[in-house]
Design a protein around this ligand. Structure first.
Ligand code: UD1
Length: 419
């Protein structure tokens, strides 16, 4: 199994380009199932989760062409609307195929998702919403099936009992082809939801309110082809900003969207990290030598993202004092704690609350990646630790970070893949 070996303590200078957002590209690819015409998508990141979604589209009968980094997806002739276990077992976002397939084909059969082992992560709200749109839901042998009524899905009012990002995206896609108006309340407000609404609108959908808690969708008979550029990955940007806060020496993070990073930038500033805006989409980050401890509670957007919680913990391991971190989105998202402890970090856990006693020596160690963002946390810690860190199960990182070693090596880090 591949490992990542990081020699800590190198100062990072130069420019890291940010890739397209994995979590915006996944629903965009699923949205191409809604139309018989080709959809051109720019800035799709080259990560394993995207390759899995593309394999899923191909298994469903779509054809995909790539030229100059632009992917053209043609879902004209779909076969059986079934997302098979072999393709989707590693990726929870496969549930994003449910809404589009139920809307376009009248039926969708999707293997229950796998993905990161962070909590139970059910898709009950996707299913409850589709039921409100008129679908019948059946579950058997690890598959869930949504069957639309004979006249197709119909618009309805659905209030999410809790906020779900892919749930909002799934229902928004399903509603674009439903008869009548759908109102989604307590919807997710993440930038990835807004990006998807922009793509769907270019495809002819009628959507209002994306980015707020109430989204209204007026169903149309058909959607058409479109061209769209995926937003930059705010979590990738946040991860490199965290690295820069520890070992940056004028490290430029380029091609990000600052308005998507509000809560993260605010916390970095509170921690006394030197941040400078050097262009509309560029931030320069430098280590200050000293970091102030800053408490964080994860929340839905525009709050502090759960996908940055692990990297923040790595940062706080080097802060001058005690900080607290409360995880409110996922119940089992502290698997990086045991690994950080192996590096000498003192962390107490109590339920969904972690107390980090920063400022002690953090030393390189052999550690194990357990999920995507936990791996990113270990990379951040490893870059600043004394000595070498070896991260096992690096395939988790490959699910969500494009060219991580190349990007880090180019700015002076010592990172290599070993067996
Ligand atoms: C998305 C992101 C993921 C991020 C998460 C929260 C993608 C592909 N992934 O995941 O990186 O960490 O948002 O920002 O965009 N829940 C239910 N029932 C459901 C759906 C969700 O109980 O039907 C719960 C989940 O278990 C979790 C919470 O709601 O506790 C939020 O999950 P959700 O927003 O759905 O996460 P994802 O969309 O899977």
């Amino acid at each position: 199994m591949q490992k990542l070996r990081i020699e800590g303590g190198r100062r990072l200078a130069g420019r890291i380009p940010i890739s397209g957002a994995k979590n915006a590209a996944l629903p965009a690819l699923a949205a191409t199932l809604l139309t018989e015409e080709p959809v051109r998508l720019e800035r799709i990141p080259g990560v394993v989760d995207i390759r899995t979604m593309i394999r899923l589209l191909e298994a469903l009968g779509a054809s995909i062409e790539e030229s100059n980094g632009v992917k053209t997806i043609d879902a004209r002739a779909l076969g059986e609307p079934v997302a098979p276990y072999e393709v989707v077992k590693t990726m929870r976002a496969s549930s994003l195929a449910l809404g589009p397939l139920a809307a376009r084909c009248g039926r969708a059969r999707v293997s229950l998702p796998g993905g990161c082992a962070i909590g139970a992560r059910p898709i009950n709200l996707h299913l409850a919403g589709l039921e409100v749109l008129g679908a019948r839901i059946e579950q058997e042998a690890g598959y869930v099936e949504a069957i639309a009524p004979s006249g197709g899905l119909r618009g309805a009012h659905y209030v999410f009992p809790r906020i779900t990002v892919t749930g909002t995206e799934d229902l928004m896609m399903a509603a674009t082809l439903a008869r009548g108006v759908t109102v989604l309340d307590n919807a997710a407000r993440e930038p990835e939801v807004v990006d998807l609404a922009e793509l769907l609108t270019k495809m002819g959908a009628r959507i209002q309110g994306a980015g707020s808690s109430r989204i209204e969708i007026e169903g149309v008979d058909r959607l058409h082809g479109a061209e769209h550029r995926i937003i930059p990955d705010r979590i990738e940007a946040g991860t490199y900003l965290a690295a820069g806060a520890l070992v940056g020496d004028g490290l430029e993070i380029d091609g990000l969207e600052p308005s998507h990073l509000g809560a993260v930038l605010e916390k970095l500033e509170q921690a006394d990290v030197k941040l400078e805006r050097t262009g509309p989409t560029t931030l320069r980050v430098s280590s200050n030598g000293r970091l102030r401890p800053v408490d964080v509670t994860t929340e839905e957007f525009p709050g502090f993202p759960t996908d940055m919680q692990a990297q923040w913990m790595a940062l706080m391991a080097f802060a001058d004092g005690v900080s607290h971190l409360v995880e409110t989105i996922f119940e089992n998202r502290f698997m990086h704690v045991a690994e950080l402890r192996r590096m000498g970090v003192e962390i107490e856990l109590s339920g969904n609350r972690a107390t980090i006693r920063g400022g002690r020596k953090v030393g390189g160690a052999a550690v194990m990646a357990s999920d995507l963002r936990a791996s990113a946390c270990l990379v951040v810690a490893g870059l600043a630790a004394e000595g070498a860190t070896t991260i096992d199960r690096v395939y988790h990182l490959d699910r969500g970070y494009e060219s991580l070693e190349a990007k880090l090596t180019a700015v002076g880090a010592s990172v290599e893949r070993v067996r």
